[in-house]
Design a protein around this ligand. Structure first.
Ligand code: TXA
Ligand code: MG
Length: 358
């Protein structure tokens, strides 16, 4: 049975959930990006339950969520603490310098750093790799849960594998009710799209997944990043430190059940809808405030908002709403891959990839 608590109204729920984590159970909790499905990162059996609850492939590593380490202040001490606790392995001087700068600038926040794995992190967390992804979430409930449990928390997004990430407690229940122990409801997540994943084990660091922290903010602190593997303009095959694509970055990830189609313009969206409906298909649309006048009378439609921040915040709720409405096809307009648009465009591309590319 899954127990749902409103963690905002019932602070005691966090102590209860922390005990569940310590006992090897599974707790879904809000972060500033999306809801995570957490287990004690030091407990291989607990982490194995995360994979089976989500039906996630064991080849797809998890992010380890850490806290500010109580009284320790300053990113240098925090990172040293993670090495000391054997969450992280020994860092090179360069890795340490970069990680410190980034942690100081962006933690707590939507930035995940890939670094050498420490001895206490069992291989199941990292899909057998000798690197581990860590981040410090910027959310009071997540931080309290990690602190109260007294262990780092391994957590993927709290959805069924391959499905859209959850941005509300109800989304978590829709995917995982009966399969996990506790859901802590902290309301809708403020960013709504997953964290940016940055690999610091290659030089220059590689952006493995664009996310809630924009590329330009990172580059302002540590200089130019290597492009994502496989992107045009990426590194050459001869480069020995060429990063592997992030294992979780499959095509047709972050996908709704309906077919997602990305239109270049509002006119194309309206025309595509007409053509699909003429073929007897039911069609829903995700539209921005600016498109509302042109798309008047178009139903079902879900309004994403007026700027990139609101589009990111509302995108997954919109995809899930259209799935609930039972449409065959969801139409959405393309977003320019700039700033937060890079992560949104990435998710739209993955969500609309053809299923045969699984
Ligand atoms: O915002 C987020 O990142 C959310 C919240 C809950 O923190 N978590 C999340 O987790 O999106 P998940 O498991 O859905 O995505 C984790 C991503 C995957 O693309 C995975 O491949 C990558 O991080 N990753 C994890 N460990 C890695 C490693 N050692 N090397 C490279 N990529 C890694
Ligand atoms: Mg996920």
């Amino acid at each position: 049975m899954t127990r749902l608590f409103d963690a905002r109204a019932e602070p005691a729920a966090i102590a209860f959930a922390a005990e569940v984590i310590r006992q090897g159970g599974l707790v879904a909790f809000p972060t500033e990006t999306v809801y995570g499905l957490g287990a004690n990162a030091f407990d291989a059996d607990a982490v194995a339950r995360v994979f089976s609850a989500k039906q996630r492939l064991l080849s797809d590593p998890l992010i380890v969520h850490v806290d500010l380490d109580g009284a320790l202040s300053g990113a240098r001490l925090t990172l040293a603490g993670l090495v000391e606790k054997q969450v992280l392995g020994k860092l090179s001087a360069r890795q340490e310098a970069l990680a410190c700068k980034l942690a100081q600038s962006f933690w707590p926040g939507p930035l995940t750093l890939v670094l050498p794995r420490g001895e206490r992190i069992p291989p199941i967390v990292t899909a057998g790799q000798d690197t581990v992804a860590v981040r410090m979430p910027n959310h009071a409930i997540a931080q309290a849960l990690i602190q109260r449990s007294g262990v780092p928390i391994a957590a993927p997004s709290a959805n069924r594998f391959g499905h859209v990430s959850p941005t509300t407690a109800q989304h978590v229940l829709d995917d995982l009710a009966g399969r996990i122990d506790v859901v802590l409801d902290g309301g809708a997540t403020p960013i709504g799209i997953e964290s940016t994943v940055l690999d610091l084990t290659v030089d220059p660091p590689a952006l493995l997944r664009p996310g809630g922290l924009i590329r330009a903010a990172i580059e302002a602190v540590i200089g130019p990043l290597r492009d994502q593997p496989g992107h045009a303009g990426g590194v050459s095959a001869a480069d020995e430190t060429r990063p592997q694509p992030s294992p979780g970055l499959l095509n047709r990830h972050y996908a709704p059940r309906a077919e997602l189609r990305v239109a270049r313009t509002t006119a194309e969206l309206i025309e595509t809808r007409r053509a699909l409906m003429a073929r007897g298909l039911s069609v829903g649309a995700l539209i921005t405030d600016a498109q509302q006048a042109d798309c008047a009378g178009l139903s079902p439609a879900f309004v994403l908002g007026h700027d990139l921040e609101s589009v990111a915040r509302n995108l997954y709720a919109g995809l899930r709403a259209m799935d609930s409405a039972g449409v065959d096809v969801i139409l959405v307009s393309a977003v320019e891959a700039q700033g937060l648009g890079e992560a949104i465009a990435d998710r739209l591309r993955r969500g609309s990839a053809i299923a045969s590319q699984d």
